[in-house]
Design a protein. Structure first.
Length: 442
């Protein structure tokens, strides 16, 4: 896996410095000793992968970083990534009992990162026990967190697993779509390299987008796992959005993470108010844009982003334009974009334009960030796998679809949630596949 183009420029890396620095050894031990080691562990219950939080923290307190990491990996093979990208404020740390005593919650994410970084630096890989499923062959379509978790769990139990990814690098949004100041692409690829060393095969540049391709996979593999994520970013549906100077949020984030976009100038307008919109707006500021507006059709209390993401954007200098809707975009004589907008107000359940409130914003880059579309190409080829509203229908406890040879998890099933949810779904599907294989051969 070549990573030579991923933010090689030291100055650019400095612009995308991490939001929270890692803990040193002494600080980690002190923080770990604050943990009350609750017997009911609400933090563990709040984690979709149910990491044994008191267990791994207790091992850090005693200086056993390897044991701590192994306890994390037993529940979450992408423990390093999740320690950086999880919304811990509303998951494990949000559930910490310290809140009851008006004290700061245990810094679970930083402690998890501390243990996982030490483990990856050691070069060790989780033990592979080829006993439970010798000869079982499983293809995982898509290289994102759900497929990675599914493949690793299967491999740990002896199955032959192959991840099929259409892009040049694995990791999905972890590699291409998460803001670099949260999760560096190189760190995503580092833990994927661990999975590869466990014996998981990767096939890159392989698009599975036809019935014939699926039929070929069915001949080669016993089961097929679908971890294909979501489709392309949704379009604004306004005149001019195909002009040069319009780039959706995921394209922007991918472009700078892969070194293809190193600076911006002037004014950038991001349309949307979810977490991805916030990431794109913050990135634009760090890439050098003088003014960054985030334009949203509703009010401040209606944004989809987490509160801490919103606060971070304000600290970065992003300016917010509330209750404003884009109407059209066109080029002015000097090449800049002119975004026509209108103020809107809510009447009943509908948003209606306010008379005489049109306003034009001159900008150098327009960034739509209003969510990803449901899958379209692949799912139309999935015979005997039910698709409803653009999502694959699968049992949430097992990932099994209506076709007993197909399992699915992650965004293509849940419509777009957190990385940790995809990991949890991929692992559950792996365990269900192993059970189905055992039943078949019994």
């Amino acid at each position: 896996m070549s990573t030579a183009t991923l933010l090689d420029d030291p100055q650019l890396r400095a612009r995308f410095s991490e939001l929270k620095p890692p803990l040193g050894n002494q600080a980690a031990v002190i923080e770990a000793n604050r943990c009350l080691n609750c017997f009911d562990a609400p933090c563990t219950a709040a984690c979709p992968t149910h990491i044994d939080v008191p267990g791994f923290i207790k091992r850090i307190a005693s200086g056993n970083l390897r044991g701590s990491a192994l306890r994390i990996l037993d529940a979450n093979i992408l423990g390093a990534s999740c320690s950086r990208v999880c919304p811990v404020d509303v998951l494990c740390e949000g559930a910490c009992v310290m809140h009851r005593y008006n004290r700061e919650p245990i810094e679970i994410a930083l402690l998890q990162r501390h243990a996982m970084d030490a483990y990856h630096a050691s070069g060790e890989i989780p033990e592979v026990k080829p006993v439970a499923a010798p000869g079982l062959r499983v293809a995982c379509i898509g290289g994102g967190p759900a497929s990675l978790a599914c493949a690793a769990e299967l491999r740990k139990r002896g199955a032959q697993t192959t991840i099929i990814e259409r892009r040049a690098l694995p990791g999905g949004l972890n590699t291409y779509g998460v803001a670099e100041y949260k999760l560096r692409a190189l760190e995503s690829l580092r833990e994927i390299e661990m999975i590869r060393r466990m014996g998981v095969e990767f096939r890159f540049g392989a698009a599975v987008d036809s019935a014939a391709a699926l039929e070929q996979l069915e001949k080669e593999f016993d089961f097929i796992f679908l971890g294909v994520g979501l489709g392309a970013m949704q379009r604004l549906g306004i005149p001019g959005e195909d002009l040069d100077g319009v780039m959706n949020a995921l394209e922007l984030i991918s472009a700078y993470k892969t070194g293809n976009l190193t600076e911006l100038h002037g004014t950038v307008v991001v349309v949307g108010a979810g977490n991805t919109a916030i990431d794109a707006a913050n990135a634009a500021k760090r890439l050098g844009a003088e003014i960054v507006y985030l334009l949203y059709r509703r009010g401040e209390s209606d944004i989809g982003a987490f509160d801490f993401e919103y606060e971070h954007a304000k600290q970065e200098g992003v300016q917010f334009l509330w209750r404003r809707r884009p109407l059209a975009v066109r080029k002015e004589a000097h090449g800049r974009l002119l975004l026509e907008t209108v103020q809107v107000r809510q009447t009943g359940g509908a948003l209606e334009p306010v008379p005489d409130s049109q306003f034009t914003i001159a900008c150098d880059l327009l960034v739509p960030a209003i969510g990803q579309s449901p899958l379209t190409a692949l799912i139309q080829e999935l015979r005997s796998v039910e698709v409803r509203d653009g999502r694959i229908v699968a049992d949430l406890a097992t990932g099994r679809t209506g076709n007993p040879r197909y399992y699915a998890a992650g965004d293509c099933v849940n419509g777009g949630r957190e990385v940790v949810d995809a990991v949890a779904g991929g692992k559950r599907a792996a365990l269900a596949i192993l059970k189905a294989a055992e039943d078949a051969y019994a």
